[in-house]
Every structure is written in C-alpha cells, then in structure tokens.
Ligand binder design. Structure first.
Ligand code: CUA
Length: 157
C-alpha cells in the first residue's frame, strides 16, 4: 500500500495526538484521584451483608422532611423494591451494586446516576408531587436488564 507523504504526516499527527490525549487523561485521573461523579466512598461489594451501611438496606427518616434510602442494585432488581415517603420529602439516595454496573434513574427528575460496585453512589431529590415514581436501570447489565425497576410511592398527606 502506498501512502502519500501528506497522508503519513496527518496520520502520524492524528495518532500522536490521540495517544497524547489518553496519556494526559490517564495521568491526571491518577494524580488527582478522579472517581465516578457521584462517588462518596468505598464499600466491599462482596460482603455487603457485613457492611455497616448496606447490611440493612431500606428507608430511614433523618428529620421531619428528610429521608435516607439505602439501596442495593443487583441483577435484576433493587433491594428494597419499593419505598414510600410523604409528599414534599427530600430523599437522599445511597446506592451500591453487589455485582455489575447498573444505574439508578428516575425519569422526569434529575436523578440519573451510575451504580458502580465497590462505590457508594449518591443523589438527592425532593418529591414535591404525590404519585408513583418508577426507578429504572439504564446501563445494560444482562438478559434481565429490561425487568430491572423499583417503585417510589409518594403519598399525599
Ligand atoms: Cu441493571 Cu440494567
């Protein structure tokens, strides 16, 4: 195969800048200790039943309007599969995975984050409207991926 001189120059330039970009990205990630966006700490995904946070997944009331929901994502569901909070509540979600990467996505809200094994992933949302909210997984995680969901019931007073 014959390559024109300019083709060689541009090819070298293109590949070179790609390598440079990846090296800079990799080095800075290590140097600054970059983590997944919603990362709030580490957890042993193999021993969640002995973990101080995740051994008892569920809902906990923190004060009048604030709740903490501790949730484990696994193929193919969430534990617990349903939580119930009153209208106007702010829910702090802390979620981890016991197997592969999932997501925790509540359509029509700002809650949409990856759930990575070994990490505590967090988000917060205030539910101002009563109703049933569906939580979905939008990271392909296996054959049952499309069945993976849970429900948040927001009750009116
Ligand atoms: Cu879990 Cu897709």
């Amino acid at each position: 195969m014959h390559l024109h001189k300019y083709e060689k120059i541009w090819l070298t330039f293109g590949v070179g800048s790609l390598i440079l970009f990846l090296v800079v990205l990799g080095l800075s990630a290590f140097a600054f200790g970059h983590q997944p966006p919603s990362h709030m700490g580490k957890v042993d995904s193999q021993n969640l039943d002995q973990d101080p946070i995740f051994s008892e997944p569920g809902l906990e009331q923190i004060n009048e309007n604030t709740y903490k929901a501790t949730i484990i994502a696994q193929a193919f569901g969430y534990s617990p599969s349903r939580i119930e909070v009153p209208e106007g509540s702010t829910v702090l979600f802390q979620v981890t995975s016991s197997d592969v990467v999932h997501s925790f996505t509540i359509p029509e809200t700002n809650v949409n984050f990856m759930v990575t094994p070994g990490h505590i992933n967090m988000a917060e949302h205030t539910f101002d409207e009563a109703g049933e909210y569906l939580v979905l997984c939008n990271e392909y995680c296996g054959t049952g991926h499309h069945y993976m969901s849970m429900t948040i019931e927001v009750t009116s007073p």
